[in-house]
Design a protein around this ligand. Structure first.
Ligand code: HEM
Length: 142
């Protein structure tokens, strides 16, 4: 159980590295003017999304579900903090998939958002990370 939890956290960090860095790349990509930079950003974004973020998300979720299975769902059935955590994770997965949609738009040279949009967009996973960590560590009675 502790090994599973350790790797759950390791892959969560991997996932968040991408969730923080990909929108940063979008900021610079949205400002890029020359074709060489444009193509370079496309490669960096694709590798980050499919090589780091996707495995991070899938393995974090798989190990999280394994933790629920090991501890038994009965332990969490009445735990408001776990329900809140799972709700935030659904939102986080939505954010992750939306990043994929934005990546596709950049790939096809049809991005319509400004770098300012991506700067704000970049802040959203910070709020989710802070909220989820507080929920799992403090386990507030909700
Ligand atoms: C589908 C996704 C996820 C599921 C099903 C899941 C489930 C779980 C479960 C069952 C535990 C053990 C909780 C306990 O009894 O103490 C756990 C621990 C933990 N999870 Fe997740 N989790 C998921 C995603 C995440 C994400 C996205 C984060 C961070 C943003 C995260 C951070 C943590 C941390 C830090 C712990 C260790 C808490 C502790 O024991 O002190 N998890 N997770």
């Amino acid at each position: 159980m502790l090994w599973v939890k350790a790797f759950h956290i390791i892959f969560m960090v991997t996932w968040f590295a991408g969730l923080f860095y990909l929108p940063r790349l979008f900021v610079y990509h949205a400002m890029a003017k020359d074709p060489i930079s444009n193509e370079r950003f496309k490669i960096m974004e694709r590798k980050l999304y499919y090589g780091i973020m996707m495995p991070g998300a899938v393995i974090t979720a798989t190990l999280g579900i394994t933790l629920i299975y090991i501890n038994s769902w009965a332990v969490y059935a009445n735990a408001g903090w776990m329900h809140a955590k799972l709700t935030l994770i659904v939102i986080l997965i939505g954010y992750h998939l939306y990043c994929g949609k934005l990546l596709k738009a950049f790939k096809e040279d049809r991005n319509r958002h400004s770098h300012v949009f991506y700067r704000w967009f970049n802040e959203f996973p910070v709020l989710l990370l802070i909220s989820i960590i507080i929920l799992v560590i403090i386990k507030p009675s909700l």
